[in-house]
Design a protein around this ligand. Structure first.
Ligand code: WT7
Length: 644
């Protein structure tokens, strides 16, 4: 191991932050020794309740069940909007920055309230009721926020599907949770190019007969098809709707949203989150991880199609009455200075993004950064994948001018909110480490036999006890919840990640230990890409693994065996890539496809992925290959490997 540079807490954070080192230890101690008392206090401080809970928590990690603030009643939008109106009605809730640098607008809390109420009334008029699922397939426009909040206003469960997903992927997600209403836009705009969202939605809906309403935001005015009776224009419908809508009284455990994410097998899972616990931890981590102070302008670059966009572009900031920036475009358009120009333009104080973006921007040179001021920024954050120390150092030194702490936040769609993270006033930083657990989070490292690793060491990362924003179920398939998270290590939540703990108790995430890839911070099951590839008639078999990629973190490496009599060709290569785009979306394009006459298998026919991963990484110390049915397959794979 190379020497780790430790960055102490800057003096102004040590004295002014919400949480300093002593407070962290005292509060952490309390949070794990007396969790119910701790979380009850937080729930009182952070949320406004219509009815108090009768019991703080109840959970069973064998059955994969958890409930928080039982019998408590509240509404998320009351907490994110209404309660701020008296004191900050005119304050900006959302700054929207368009793809085109000339497009920007601000939405006050009062306007947000009106817009959310109007759309909520439109949904009601279309028959949407508490518990109904509403799919949202939308670009980063303010209506994305209105749509999510309008659902929460009336107790409908939203399922946001990232606008980069294909019609096929959208269809699967609509059907899986039987969404009967869809909110979309005519087109999205990213990096100067348009994305045909309504056309994609129309294709998907050919197989979704239960969808009775499609609300379409007019973003570009581009040509789209129209289905009378089913399709309504967003702007026409809200124009006639009342801007008053009483918030639906929700149970703390009523479902708030579904968000699909990839696992190691089969179809994506609909991760189900409930209302109070989720909102509490999103709100609390927002305040403490980012050391949010009254008046700060905050920007998280994540799309609302991902959990980061849910918890940290919207719900966490709004629950705190903060100003959150939504950006429609991409970090490299019109050029690689865009993020820093946006920070200067809107005087952003807290900036949160993914390592893949940092690496991409680092690669094009410092001048794009240094030509901007960035003097408003006081804190930087990263999320989504391990950050390599070189990228961390660049982010710290060049972007943050060695002035801003970096919070490297480890969490998952399933955890709902930060789990391992520095707190800027409390935690000395080590580049590449997500440092220490957040309040109430009890990480544990286990070896492959399930034995606990104590002290410094490396193992599989699991969590010992429930936390408020934990996943409640896999939508429609609770058994899959148990199988995926609560079966590998009995009595623990298994994260799917490996981690190392150092002598200071700091955690270093080493990446997934299951067959899940992390491509540019996007999670993808190798099984999903394989399923797409084998749909092609010429393909007999496919095996997909990740390999180290300079910008994306992991690239997608596919080994493809063709049916007898079929020959590899550029045409076929293009068709296979198209297959992945069609089935999943552009994010699933394999970076490298190797034609493999045979795949390394055990005598029982199981593909030895360990070997495929090594070849893809160009690591040729393959270890024990004696269990292979046909060792000569490996020589051929090595000879024709594409990453040398
Ligand atoms: C997986 C979860 C959580 C929001 C975005 C991704 C990886 C996430 C970090 C980090 C190292 C990280 C893990 C995790 N991951 N944050 N700070 N350091 N790895 O959410 O799509 O649910 O993916 O992303 O492997 O399991 P997600």
């Amino acid at each position: 191991m190379s020497e780790v540079h430790v960055y102490p807490v800057p003096a102004e954070f040590a004295s002014n932050a919400h949480i300093n080192e002593q407070q962290y230890h005292a509060m952490y101690q309390q949070s794990v020794e007396n969790p119910d008392q701790f979380w009850a206090e937080q729930a009182e401080q952070f949320l406004s309740w219509d009815q108090r809970w009768s019991k703080v928590s109840e959970y069973d990690f064998i059955k994969g069940e958890a409930a928080w603030f039982i019998d408590g009643k509240l509404n998320l939008t009351y907490n994110c909007i209404d309660r701020h109106l008296e004191t900050r009605g005119d304050q900006t809730a959302i700054i929207w920055e368009g793809d085109d640098p000339a497009d920007a607008k601000t939405i006050s809390y009062r306007e947000l309230h009106q817009q959310v109420c109007k759309l909520a009334n439109v949904l009601k008029q279309r028959g949407v009721k508490k518990g109904d699922r509403v799919c949202i397939y939308i670009p980063m426009v303010v209506e994305a926020a209105y749509a999510m909040l309008a659902c929460a206003r009336i107790g409908a469960i939203h399922s946001v599907v990232f606008g980069g997903f294909s019609p096929e992927a959208l269809k699967d997600r609509i059907l899986n949770s039987d969404c009967q209403t869809l909110i979309t836009a005519d087109e999205g705009v990213r990096g100067g190019k348009s994305v045909p969202l309504k056309a994609n939605a129309d294709l998907a809906l050919e197989s979704c007969p239960n969808v009775h309403t499609v609300v379409t935001v007019q973003r570009t005015g581009g040509d789209i098809a129209w289905t009378e009776g089913r399709d309504i224009w967003y702007h026409e419908a809200v124009a006639e709707a009342s801007d008053q809508c009483e918030p639906e009284l929700m149970d703390a455990e009523d479902p708030l949203f579904i968000l699909y994410t990839s696992g190691s097998t089969g179809q994506p899972k609909g991760v189900l989150h409930s209302t109070a616990g989720y909102l509490l931890q999103a709100a609390m981590t927002f305040k403490y991880t980012f050391d949010y102070q009254e008046g700060d302008i905050y920007w998280c670059t994540a799309d609302v199609g991902w959990i980061t966009g849910h918890s940290y572009s919207l719900y966490g900031p709004l629950a705190n009455g903060a100003t959150t920036l939504l950006f429609e475009g991409v970090p490299t358009y019109p050029d690689a200075a865009r993020c820093w120009e946006i920070c200067d333009k809107h005087q952003v104080n807290i900036f949160y993004t993914a390592p893949t973006a940092i690496r991409a921007l680092m690669g094009v040179g410092d001048e794009f950064v240094t030509r901007t001021s960035r003097s408003s920024i006081k804190l930087l954050g990263t999320v989504g994948e391990p950050i390599n120390p070189e990228a961390w150092e660049w982010y710290h030194r060049v972007v943050g001018e060695a002035r801003c702490p970096i919070v490297d936040t480890w969490w998952q769609t399933e955890t709902g909110a930060h789990m391992l993270t520095p707190l800027p006033g409390a935690t000395a930083l080590k580049p590449g480490s997500a440092t220490r657990p957040f309040f109430g989070v009890q990480p544990i490292l286990l070896d492959n036999d399930g034995n606990e690793i104590t002290g410094a060491g490396e193992g599989n990362l699991a969590i010992k006890a429930s936390w408020p924003s934990q996943i409640r179920s896999v939508y429609g398939d609770h058994q899959r919840m148990i199988d995926t998270y609560f079966s590998t290590y009995k009595g623990y939540y298994f994260t799917g990640d490996g981690a190392r703990r150092d002598e200071d108790g700091y955690y270093w995430i080493t990446g997934r230990v299951d067959d899940v890839l992390n491509v540019s911070g996007h999670r993808m099951g190798t099984a999903e890409v394989e399923s797409a590839l084998v749909l092609h008639d010429d393909v007999a078999e496919a095996a997909v693994v990740g390999y180290p990629h300079d910008i994306k973190g992991q690239g997608i490496y596919a080994y493809v065996t063709l049916m007898a009599g079929h020959q590899p060709s550029d045409q076929l290569l293009a068709e296979l890539i198209q297959m992945c785009v069609q089935e999943i979306g552009p994010i699933a394009k394999p970076d490298l496809i190797q034609w493999a006459p045979g795949l390394p298998k055990t005598r029982s026919g199981k593909i030895m992925r360990r070997i495929l991963r090594k070849v893809a990484a160009n690591e040729l110390e393959l270890g024990d290959t004696s269990t292979l049915a046909d060792p000569s397959v490996v020589d051929q794979l090595i000879e024709n490997r594409l990453n040398k």
